[in-house]
Design a protein around this ligand. Structure first.
Ligand code: ADP
Ligand code: MG
Length: 309
């Protein structure tokens, strides 16, 4: 991964004015950068401001203050270049049922001013596995195919950045993994991916870095691994080869959850307690560990913690 920033957001604010007295602060002083070639995930509960953010990048919503640079272009002074640099995959399926995928992509390319000789319609159709449906009416496509066609639409002008707003919301499991495969493939070809989702396990699997948005505020921004590491508590189950006196294990920040049939379950603060200390307490009683298992924290834990209040 290189260090070129393809997206820079500085002190971005968005207010929606409901009526004269009350306005919604949908984005609260957002600062973030996205590196070229990465898959960046923006996570957050409903109403966090994810779509507002995407819509500002797409040019369909106007920011209240702050600066946005996409592919080095300033959104305020070069909105056309910004638009040309990104392909947006919207959340809702919204396709004309009477066009075929091929026709639709051709029309869309025209809309973006892509000359006939520069169009890569067939390549895109192949990429999203719709080459066999190239000439079928859109209305005859399955839900999954329609989703893939939306992805295809975002690619007609070969943007270096593709942004997907909750691409898997309401999409069945099989379809989701298929969609993610396509996204990974795009990324492998050098396209930077920005996506929003509230499926945490998917973000965990897909993203190099994750930002967590809550009520318009970025409450975390880190590599996926570091975010998961933030969960300090760790649960470990130890199977011992003989009975021990658990009162002898006397460590601060360690809690004994259960001890039955030589199976000892403990919970401790990773930053304060090392598992070696626990093991040495056990060895002091001439017992050995015959099996050990841990529960790794997942992103869901981090997410729940950071967005709790
Ligand atoms: P998310 O995509 O994370 O669910 P949104 O960006 O859609 O969040 O919404 C963020 C906040 O802005 C919410 O409180 C929402 O009600 C409000 N909001 C979104 N769009 C509008 C709008 N067009 N007019 C007024 N308020 C809006
Ligand atoms: Mg949304």
């Amino acid at each position: 991964m290189n260090n070129k920033k393809v997206l820079t957001v500085k002190n971005l604010n968005k207010f929606y004015s409901k009526n004269s007295s009350k306005s919604v602060h949908a984005l609260n002083n957002l600062n973030l950068e996205v590196n070229e070639g990465e898959i960046f995930g923006l996570l957050g509960p409903n109403g966090a401001g994810k779509s507002t953010f995407i819509n500002i990048l797409a040019g369909t919503s106007i920011k209240s203050s702050g600066e946005v640079f996409v592919w080095g272009f300033n959104l305020d002074t070069n909105p056309r270049q910004v638009r040309a640099s990104i392909g947006i995959v919207p959340q809702e399926v919204n396709l004309d049922p009477f066009f075929t995928p091929k026709k639709l992509l051709e029309l869309h390319a025209g809309l973006y001013g892509v000359k006939k000789k520069d169009r890569i319609t067939d390549t895109i159709l192949k990429l999203v596995s719709l080459e066999d449906q190239a000439n079928s009416y859109s209305r005859s496509l399955s839900g999954g195919m329609k989703r893939r066609l939306l992805v295809a639409k975002a690619l007609v002008h070969q943007p270096p950045i593709v942004i997907l707003d909750e691409p898997t919301a309401g999409v069945d499991v099989e379809l989701r993994s298929n969609l993610w495969k396509n996204v990974k493939l795009l990324n492998k070809q050098g396209v930077t991916i920005i996506l929003t989702t509230h499926y945490l396990t998917e973000a965990e699997k897909m993203c190099d870095r994750i930002g967590i948005l809550n009520k318009g505020e970025l409450v975390a921004l880190d590599s996926t691994k570091n975010l998961i590491d933030r969960i300090q508590r760790k649960n470990v189950k130890l199977l011992l080869d003989k009975k021990i006196n658990i009162e002898e294990i006397n460590l601060d920040f360690l809690e004994i959850i259960s001890y039955k049939n030589n199976l000892l379950e403990i919970s401790y603060d990773k930053s304060k307690v090392k598992i070696e200390e626990v093991i040495s307490y056990i060895h002091q009683q001439n017992a050995n560990i015959s099996d050990i298992s841990t529960d790794e924290a997942n992103l869901e834990d981090v997410f729940m913690r950071l967005t709790k209040n």
